[in-house]
Structure formats: C-alpha cells, structure tokens
Design a protein around this ligand. Structure first.
Ligand SMILES: [Zn+2]
Ligand SMILES: [Zn+2]
Ligand SMILES: [Zn+2]
Ligand SMILES: [Zn+2]
Ligand SMILES: [Zn+2]
Length: 302
C-alpha cells in the first residue's frame, strides 16, 4: 500500500509541475504495480475456492493425454523436470506477430496455487515489446501469464486433474487481446524507448541524437537553430543572447570575455555585451579628445 501511496503522490507532483516525461514514466511504473496487485488478488480469490480432493485415476489421465494430442497435435514430456508441454499455433494480435508459444506445465507443482511455479509460457519466436523484452505477449511477463478472469477456472481445472482443459483455457487467454489489462499495450508494442523519459516513441515521433547517439521522443529532442542538426535537449545549449538552441559547434566564444554565443549574436568574435562596452569606451574616448581639444585651443574673446 505504501508503494501505491508513493506512486500516487509522485504522479500528482508530475501532473502539477507539468513534467510530462517523468509523468509518462511514472504511469508505466504504476501500471505494473496495478497489474501485480490484480494478479495477487486473482490468486487470493482462487485460494478461497473449495479444494477438490478427488484425485484423477490413471485411466482419466490417459484420456486427458489423448485429448491433448487431438487438440494440440501432440505434446512433449520431459521426465527429468516432470513437465508436459504443448505448442500453440503462431499468434498474431491486432496485426502484431507474436509467434507460437509453448505452454509448459510442471506436473509435480500442480498442487501449488501460485502459477509462477505451476506453468510457464515460453515464446518460441519471440517478438517482445519495445518497452520490456520480458513481455513477449501483452498478457505474458517473464514467462508468467496474466490469467485475468480465467484465473479461477484455470486453477480449478488443474486441481481436478483436467489437464487438457487447463491447456485449452491458457491457449484461449493467449489468443485474445484484452486492451484493459495488458502488461504492454499492443499500440505501444513497436517503436523505440526514449533514452530520456522512457516512453515508447513510434517511428514518426522518434529522433536520433547525433551527438550522444541515442533515440529520443519528440518531447525530449530538438534541433540546432544554426545547422539544423537533430539533437537531444541535453546535447543542445541555448545561446544566452537570443535564447535559441544551438549545437556545440555552432556556439562560438567571445574573444573578450569568453562567454558563449551563437554565430548570429557574435560580431567579429565579440558578444553583444562586449560590443556595447567597446562602443561606450569609444564614445568616452572621443568625448575626452573633444574636451582636450577645446581646453588647449586658444579662446577668442571678442
Ligand atoms: Zn522522451
Ligand atoms: Zn544527445
Ligand atoms: Zn549546429
Ligand atoms: Zn564578451
Ligand atoms: Zn544567439
């Protein structure tokens, strides 16, 4: 709960101060917190279900294996880790190819309620999200499935030895995209993460900084007003006289005071401050010369 309170407070601060980059980052973090909570609640609710005590007979199990074979066209059994695995067809959701997945069930762990130990979802031709390479499917994070509404029925199927039903239910969860509860949304699946704020920038909103050689989103990058090179905000400096962004090579140094300035603000190597100082000095000198000339000149009195 402390994590939630702290996240809510940080989000509020970001919103108030208009820190859009940080706000987006916080939103992603909070989203993961909510997902974990949702997952834990599902497991807690499964724990409240009455336990099924009758254990399937060998004949039942054989029937299960035949059914699995019919539904999935085969299965793999690893006697060493006592796991039973089936493969899904290639899965494509909203035009994004995610490839086939293996559903691997650890038979000796079936009694455990925490799905982390019971089974794993392994991407066979992984096309992970740009934001997180452990997210290989909008509902799979680190080989763990977010079961959503199917949580209780999946658990019940396992506890009553309906292994084929278990595989079928898991496969249906994998075949449908639920936009309300993904680890990473499909519309943010592709693109590149911004090096500054971490948001996923789509190709038309992604800029490469030629100085530090990283990708940035539109909010975190700009361009040099002198040579028009695209650079991130950290690699640009603003000229103190015109306040415009410039790259390092387009900023010169005033020969007099050493202050930086852009090409249009520096005149003959001098910054505007030093130019006006020099002009004042020149004026002063001319005034003195005029005064001296007036003093030494003979005065004509009528
Ligand atoms: Zn950014
Ligand atoms: Zn940069
Ligand atoms: Zn430049
Ligand atoms: Zn100067
Ligand atoms: Zn300038």
């Amino acid at each position: 709960m402390d994590q939630f309170r702290s996240a809510a407070r940080k989000l509020e601060i970001c919103e108030d101060k208009g820190l859009h980059g940080a706000e987006r980052k916080m939103r992603i973090q909070t989203h993961f917190l909510v997902r974990d909570l949702y997952h834990s609640l599902g497991q807690l609710s499964a724990r409240l279900e009455p336990k099924i005590s009758s254990f399937p007979t060998l004949r039942d199990l054989l029937a299960e294996l035949t059914q699995i074979h019919d539904e999935f066209g085969g299965y793999g059994f690893d006697p060493k880790e006592k796991s039973l695995a089936v493969m899904t067809e290639s899965i494509e959701l909203d035009g994004i190819y995610l490839g086939p997945f293996e559903i691997r069930l650890f038979l000796s762990e079936i009694h455990k309620l925490d799905s982390r130990y019971t089974y794993r979802i392994i991407a066979l031709e992984s096309n992970p999200s740009a934001a997180n390479e452990l997210v290989t499917h909008p509902h799979v994070n680190d080989e763990r499935l977010c079961e959503g509404d199917a949580s209780v029925s999946i658990r019940t199927a396992l506890q009553s030895g309906r292994i084929c039903d278990f595989f079928l239910m898991v496969r249906s969860v994998l075949e449908v995209y639920n936009p309300d509860s993904p680890f990473v949304r499909l519309d943010e699946w592709e693109g590149r993460p911004c090096h500054e704020c971490g948001c996923i920038a789509s190709d038309d909103n992604c800029y490469f900084c030629e100085a530090c050689e990283h990708d940035y989103c539109g909010d975190c990058s700009s361009y040099c007003r002198g040579c028009e090179t695209s650079l991130c905000c950290s690699c640009l400096s603003s000229c103190p006289y015109c306040d415009e962004f410039h790259c390092e090579t387009c900023l010169g140094i005033c020969l007099e005071c050493g202050e930086c300035g852009c090409a249009s603000c520096l005149e003959e190597g001098l910054c505007p401050t030093c130019i006006s100082e020099r002009e004042n000095q020149d004026e002063e000198e001319t005034k003195e010369q005029v005064e001296q000339a007036e003093e030494t000149a003979p005065t004509n009195v009528g």
